[in-house]
Design a protein around this ligand. Sequence first.
Ligand code: XIL
Length: 482
Amino acid sequence: MRRAALATAVLACTALGATLLPSAAQAADTPLRDLAAAKGVYVGNAVAGGKLSGNAQYSGVAGTQFNSLTPENAMKWGSVEPTRGSFNWAEADQIVAFAQAHNQQVRGHTLVWHSQNPSWLTNGGFGATELRGILQQHIATEVGRYQGKIYAWDVLNELFNEDGTYRSSPWYGTLGVGFVADSLTWAHQADPAAKLYINDYNVEGLGAKSDALYNLVRSLKAQGAPIDGVGFQAHFILGQLPSTLQANLQRFADLGVDVAITELDVRMQTPATDAKLAQQGSDYATVVKACLAVTRCRGITAWDVSDADSWVPSVFSGYGAATLYDEGYQPKPAYRAVATALGGTVSPSPSTSASTSPTPTTSPSPTATATASPTAGTSSPPAGNRCTAAYSVPNQWNTGFSGSVTVSCPAGASLSSWHLDWDFTAGQQLTQAWSGVCTQSGKHVSCANATWNGVVGAGGSVTLGFNGTWAGSNPAPVVTLS
Ligand code: XIL
């Protein structure tokens, strides 16, 4: 197994000022997000704000392997409006900021659901007029707050019973089926560019529930309601994927909507065995291949970063081990199966001991430093009291690498903006940058701060992240900070 994975985790953590942990958070192969992007899809995960800021292994995996994030709970009604008219956006804002800092899109989840609502709403006994007003206000407020920052919203979640009848909920019971089109219309008014989805589970294959959803989407399209996509949660049981998955995705796509896998996990009865983990890899790969085979399938979101984070054990008694990473944040066979299905060339599976031992951090990291006079401050600082830029490539694989440049200022110096220049002398090519804006012309790379991280305070630092390609050698350039 390749061993250079620490770096991307460190990169993400450094940008957040979090503690660095000396263990690998993911395989050192091409990140899933790059493989997915090359196939024209995204790959995402569900995240919690507390873990993004408090668990460096978690944030390292979330920030480097995925290019889409879904707040696991932070945007649900009970989270954002626990008391009527009193909003709490802290965790949702944090996740959106993390996503922006890591060049990730966000799937908003979810606006209208029967579950995880605040008690003032479920027990309010509201009549139709008042309830309709409450719903409109909620959608306008939440979608409006994140206008321009959300790629797609799960506007409506889990509308149907297994037999295809509408699930009883305050919405359906009081407002009738009109709440579906109304919700889409209000969301569209608040953010015309966001893709608006209906999301559900046990609709991945053909069947009564899937038929009900299909008929709803067809009728919404016929009415001209703003429906852009259908989300298939895909909470699967090991070895029990519907054989009609791809055909079902395709029939929805043929209605003229996007489709996406929105909450993928594959649970098994614990304990996990090698045979079960191999089957799980095959199941994950089946889902990825089905999505890739359907042109309008936009991407795949896994539900929870690691087995330590998964919602499964607390909800499905006796089941677990449902995600791509084990409880120590080591990639499982399912991770490698997803990478392979996305066209990646992956390292062999680690042995059991390798997957449970801390990974040594012995990879040599090319580094280079530069200095710059601060542009802010009342007097010129003495020599040696300058802001510096440190270039680092801690994660490198066969044809690609992830790098970073950390701009640091000592006490007594600061920057109000920063600019970095360097020459790639061995043909390296930048493919992606985050937490900064970069262009490459020939061998010359020029990067400026993002709008939000130009200021580097005294004693502070910011980190620019990037991916690139290389061949032959990958020497560290000399970076100029200005
Ligand atoms: C789950 C979360 O993962 C848990 O943390 C929470 O306690 C309950 O909700 N379908 C959905 C998701 O649409 O919002 C659910 O998420 C899982 C099932």
